[in-house]
Design a protein around this ligand. Structure first.
Ligand SMILES: NC(=O)c1ccc[n+]([C@@H]2O[C@H](COP(=O)([O-])OP(=O)(O)OC[C@H]3O[C@@H](n4cnc5c(N)ncnc54)[C@H](OP(=O)(O)O)[C@@H]3O)[C@@H](O)[C@H]2O)c1
Length: 229
């Protein structure tokens, strides 16, 4: 499968590396290839510059958002949530039409510092905004409720814990389910929350996730849904 991972941050890199390890062809998308490769500064979380990461992952190409999406069969949105719509518009509606679009982003607004707040919140979500903006894409929201290291290596967190998915297209969700199994998620760890409006629920776990990160002092944890009987 040919994947475009839209996003050069730690999430895009982590998902791209996992997809590549699984044998997929992967292109990472960025606004400006030259600027991204010329940046020599670590990001705000201390992650190495993209060029350093890229040199260690020679099989993963870097291209503009548009070039990456145009050649891909499946697109992953791993951009800053407040900019995801702009990034996907730059990728091009025609390049998303008919394709599975896996959205792992969270609409966190850092404009007033830490902790960030959600925007939109309540009666809307980023997942829904993306599906409305690109009605011909088959959007599935998933993996946004955990750190990216756990996304691709669920065994980092011992015991049973869960990954949510939602979207309007049953076949697209089936495709994502197969990918999650390939990432190492046990079948009974997947919880289908229904249509794309369930993005409101998963995005709204983020204030709790951020508070847990602060309180626990690390991010290798996840949500476990314990059911009676
Ligand atoms: N950190 C985690 O473990 C984790 C877990 C779950 C979900 N998430 C979500 O995953 C997403 C990615 O997170 P991240 O930390 O890897 O990266 P990030 O810093 O949130 O986003 C980086 C990407 O966003 C793009 N971007 C930033 N501003 C833009 C703008 N104005 N227009 C277009 N594109 C823009 C950047 O483009 P350039 O490449 O051009 O710079 C880059 O590709 C976020 O939505 C985050 O909330 C993160």
């Amino acid at each position: 499968m040919n994947y475009a991972v839209i996003g050069t941050g730690i999430v895009g890199r982590t998902l791209a590396a996992k997809l590549s390890d699984l044998g997929h062809k992967v292109t990472i998308g960025t606004r400006d290839v030259r600027r991204t490769l010329e940046n020599t500064e670590p990001d705000g979380y201390g992650n190495e510059p993209f060029s350093v990461w890229s040199a260690a992952h020679p099989d993963i190409a870097l291209a503009t958002f548009e070039e990456a999406a145009s050649t891909a069969e499946t697109v992953v949105n791993a951009t800053a949530g407040m900019s995801s719509l702009d990034a996907l518009r730059a990728a091009g509606a025609d390049n998303l039409a008919g394709k599975l679009l896996i959205d792992v982003a969270n609409p966190l607004d850092f404009s007033q510092g830490m902790p960030p707040f959600l925007n939109p919140v309540g009666t809307d979500s980023l997942g829904e905004q993306i599906q409305r903006a690109f009605p011909d894409a088959r959007v599935v929201k998933t993996l946004n409720t955990m750190n990216c290291s756990v996304m691709v290596e669920p065994s980092l967190v011992p015991g049973d814990h869960h990954v949510f998915l939602c979207g309007n297209d049953a076949d697209a969700k089936e495709q994502v389910s197969r990918l999650l199994l390939a990432f190492g998620w046990p079948e009974d760890a997947l919880i289908d929350l229904g249509d794309i409006t369930a993005s409101r629920a998963t995005e709204q776990t983020l204030p709790l996730w951020i508070q847990l990160w602060t309180s626990l002092g690390h991010w290798n944890f996840n949500f476990r849904i314990q059911q009676a009987g």
